[in-house]
Design a protein around this ligand. Structure first.
Ligand SMILES: [Zn+2]
Length: 289
């Protein structure tokens, strides 16, 4: 889409008053088949991203960057791939790193945050309050010290996740606003149908993740809440699958086949937030990209 917009906007023929300004659309959270819970191939993902007019796609598979690296190497001039990963910490919390070069072994929450930063990546805290995987989920009863340590290392907060419920998303948004942490949003799509159903829009040429004037788009209906037991089962299987006997492997696949697939969003995304509230304070903690 970027190439298309550039080719239609030449210096000798300025845009007419009715033509919308060129924008860059970023979906910050997406899973390919390299995640244990998605079956979207890199090829299908790139095709869908173009259909959905997504210019930048952050590929954030669970505990691997293989799918993201593969997609980055595929020829697709209209979609830029950001190599990311959604890490699973030892307590089950999910933490996203963006612009990653390598994986690492540590699974403590603070260790993951530090390792993302050590390689020059950005820390994105996804679905902060989601049951089972949100880093600040109610059942964890985090100490003030822990909350401070995590937030002081966060570059971005996911203020809208396409698979979380409205209440949790709203809590995340308020937290980001009240603390001045740059907010972004992602579909968290595990299917082609939902890729690009949530995105952040920037003016072209002004893309600084979570900063710069922008709007956030997402469908109006509330997505279904995720079942934490199902998530835990998938994580455990994935972690131990190399050592499991074939009968367990077969049982898991049968059980997964019975589970209801995630439903796609019927409604098209539309502007929901106008976010122009991050000023000097936010800029100071966030380097330009
Ligand atoms: Zn995810």
């Amino acid at each position: 889409m970027l190439a298309h917009m550039e080719s239609t906007t030449s210096p000798t023929s300025p845009r007419g008053p009715l033509e919308p300004p060129p924008v860059v659309r970023v979906d910050y959270h997406f899973h390919t088949a390299f995640s244990y819970d998605s079956e979207v191939t890199p090829e299908a993902a790139l095709e869908r991203a173009q259909e959905a007019n997504i210019d930048v796609l952050c590929v954030t598979d669970h505990d691997t960057i293989d799918g993201a690296v593969k997609m980055k190497g595929m020829p697709c001039p209209n979609v830029r791939i950001v190599v990311g990963c959604e890490f699973t910490a030892e307590d089950g919390s999910h933490i996203i790193g963006l612009d990653l070069r390598d994986l690492f072994d540590t699974r403590s929450v603070l260790g993951i945050l530090e390792n993302i930063k050590l390689q020059g990546g950005l820390v994105l805290l996804p679905h902060l309050f989601r049951r089972g995987t949100g880093i600040f989920r109610n059942e964890m009863r985090r100490s003030d010290e822990f909350v401070h340590q995590v937030l002081s290392r966060a570059d971005l907060v996911e203020c809208h996740n396409g698979r979380d419920n409205w209440e949790n998303n709203e809590r995340s948004r308020r937290l980001a606003v009240s603390l001045g942490i740059p907010a972004v949003a992602g579909s968290d799509a595990h299917s082609t149908a939902t890729l690009g159903s949530v995105f952040v829009e920037y003016a072209q040429g002004e893309l600084r993740h979570g900063l710069s004037p922008r709007r956030i788009f997402f469908p109006t209906q509330a997505p279904k809440a995720e079942n934490p037991a199902k998530r835990r089962m998938m994580e455990l299987y994935h972690r131990h699958r190399k050592t499991l006997p074939p009968v367990v492997d077969a049982a898991y696949r049968t059980l997964k086949g019975w589970l209801k697939p995630d439903s796609g969003h019927a409604a098209a995304p539309r502007a929901q937030y106008e976010l122009g509230f991050f000023g000097e304070g936010a800029s100071a903690r966030h380097r330009e990209r």
